[in-house]
Structures are given as structure tokens and as C-alpha cells.
Design a protein around this ligand. Structure first.
Ligand code: OAD
Length: 252
């Protein structure tokens, strides 16, 4: 059973201060205070829907194969929501953590680019990036920042072929090598944070389990208990934007 806390205690602070290798997994909840909707949550685990379809269907390998234009409309809508969004205190605290530890790895399931916007340098994006496109013909990737899209689907800068969002859809594998690096970091870590994720989507949700097996302490930060709470040593119950900066406060 995990210890449930609502603020960073002196004991937790000293665990943080003494950590040598830190890994962090973030999910949609880290961006919630920036105004980005999460996929699930609110107690009943109801999933986000758009035009009456659940995200699991909109962001799916099946739909990109049959109706890529609809997939782009859905991503265009999400890109539109992100254009006016800023990183919050949670993102900024993590960027600062990176500077504090010699071995620090930030792994995110988010595609919104807000960690980098906050100043994080080394970000392992498990699910890709919403501001990147990938050519369906020649597979080259390129930045595609215009919002709304000028053309659907956008055309490849190299070969003019049709492109798709460079994100991982349900039913697809993660990009080569990224998960392996995340797993190595989880295995190395003596402190592993699980922040703002419902921890139901694999393989990402397996990372805290790997870390736990390899001896790391697990600290969860979430306003709700989740599927991973049972392996957490500490669940910090509350908002990331309020809790994460507490680790940076001078005490004493
Ligand atoms: P979810 O929407 O499943 O979970 C968001 C979590 O954030 C919930 O557990 C909330 O309780 C928590 N939360 C809400 N507000 C928070 C706050 N202010 N601070 C901290 N936590 C907060 O999002 P993910 O777990 O990221 O995949 O979802 C995983 C994957 O499912 C996504 O990457 C996406 C999605 O479908 C793909 O698109 C492939």
C-alpha cells in the first residue's frame, strides 16, 4: 500500500535531494492546468469524444488507413486548442529538476510539446509530436506548424506525397528505440515519478513496474488514485502544478 500525502514532507524532500538517478513519466494530467483536456479521468474514467467518436477510434491505425483526412481534422482541432496554450508550473518545475540531477530522464506520453516549451532539453516522446508530420510515401518527417492546416493532408516537403501526423496511433508500435531508452532509464532509476497519467496505456504504463522491480522508489503525483497507485511508495494526491514546485523550495 502506498502512503498518501497531500504535500511534500521533509522526509520526501530528503529522498528527492539524495536521489542519484531520477526518471519521470508524464501523461496528459501534467498539461491539464495549462488548459489541455485529458483523455480520461474525472472519477468515472469516461473517455474524451469528438464528433461522437472516442479518441481510441479517432487516433487509430484503422482510421488513418481508411480516412486520413478525418484523422487530420481531429488533429487540426487539437492543434488549434494548443496554439494559445502555455506550459504551467509543473512543466517548469520538471525543466528545473533536469538541471539538478546528473542522471535525469523525462519520458512523456504527451504530444503537445509543452515540456520543451518549458525548457526541458532531453524529452523522450513515446507517442510522437503533434507539430510533426510524416510522409506516407517516403517516410521523411518534417515540422508542420500551420494551424489551421492549409491543405489536408499536408504534402511532404521532400517528395510532395501525402503526410500523416507523426504520432503513435492506437494499434501502432512506438517509434524505434525511444521505448528502449525509456526502459533503460526506468531500470537505472533510484527514484521514479509517475505524473498525471491514468497508467492504463501500455507499454508506457509498464515503465514504473520496471523501475519498481529494479528497486526504485515510486512516487505518483495525481489528484486521483490510479491503476498504478498500488505499486507507488508514495501517492502525492493533488495537482502537478502545485506539488512539483514544492520539491524546489528551500526548507528549514
Ligand atoms: P489520461 O487522460 O488517461 O489520464 C490523465 C490523468 O491525469 C488522470 O489520472 C487524471 O487524474 C490526472 N490529472 C488530471 N489533472 C491533473 C493535474 N492537474 N495534475 C496531475 N494529474 C492530473 O492521460 P494519459 O495517461 O496520458 O495515447 O493517457 C495515455 C494515453 O492515452 C495518451 O498518451 C494517449 C491516450 O489515448 C495515444 O494517443 C497513443
Amino acid at each position: 500500500m502506498s502512503t498518501v500525502l497531500t504535500h511534500v514532507t521533509d522526509e520526501l524532500q530528503s529522498i528527492f535531494d539524495r536521489a542519484r538517478s531520477v526518471a519521470v513519466l508524464t501523461g496528459a494530467g501534467i498539461s491539464a492546468e495549462s488548459g489541455v483536456p485529458t483523455f480520461r479521468g474525472g472519477g468515472d474514467s469516461e473517455i474524451w469524444t469528438w464528433r461522437g467518436r472516442p479518441v481510441t477510434e479517432l487516433s487509430s491505425a484503422e482510421l488513418i488507413a481508411t480516412d486520413p483526412q478525418l484523422v487530420w481534422e481531429w488533429f487540426d482541432y487539437r492543434r488549434g486548442m494548443l496554439t494559445s496554450v502555455e506550459p504551467n508550473a509543473g512543466h517548469r518545475a520538471l525543466a528545473e529538476w533536469e538541471r539538478r540531477f546528473e542522471d535525469f530522464t523525462l519520458v512523456t506520453q504527451n504530444i503537445d510539446d509543452l515540456h520543451r516549451a518549458a525548457g526541458s532539453l532531453n524529452v523522450l516522446e513515446l507517442h510522437g509530436n503533434i507539430w510533426r508530420a510524416r510522409c506516407l510515401r517516403c517516410a521523411s518527417t518534417f515540422e508542420a506548424r500551420e494551424s489551421p492546416l492549409e491543405e489536408n493532408p499536408p504534402r511532404c516537403l521532400a517528395c510532395n506525397g501525402p503526410a500523416r501526423p507523426d504520432v503513435v496511433l492506437f494499434g501502432e508500435l512506438l517509434p524505434d528505440g525511444v521505448f528502449e531508452r525509456a526502459e533503460e532509464a526506468a531500470a537505472r532509476a533510484d527514484l521514479f515519478f509517475v505524473i498525471g497519467t491514468s497508467a492504463v496505456v501500455y507499454p508506457a504504463a509498464g515503465l514504473p513496474i520496471t523501475a519498481k522491480r529494479r528497486g526504485a522508489r515510486i512516487i505518483e503525483v495525481n489528484p486521483e488514485m490510479t491503476d498504478i497507485s498500488f505499486i507507488a511508495d508514495v501517492t502525492l494526491l493533488g495537482k502537478a502544478g502545485e506539488l512539483l514546485p514544492q520539491f524546489l523550495k528551500e526548507r528549514g
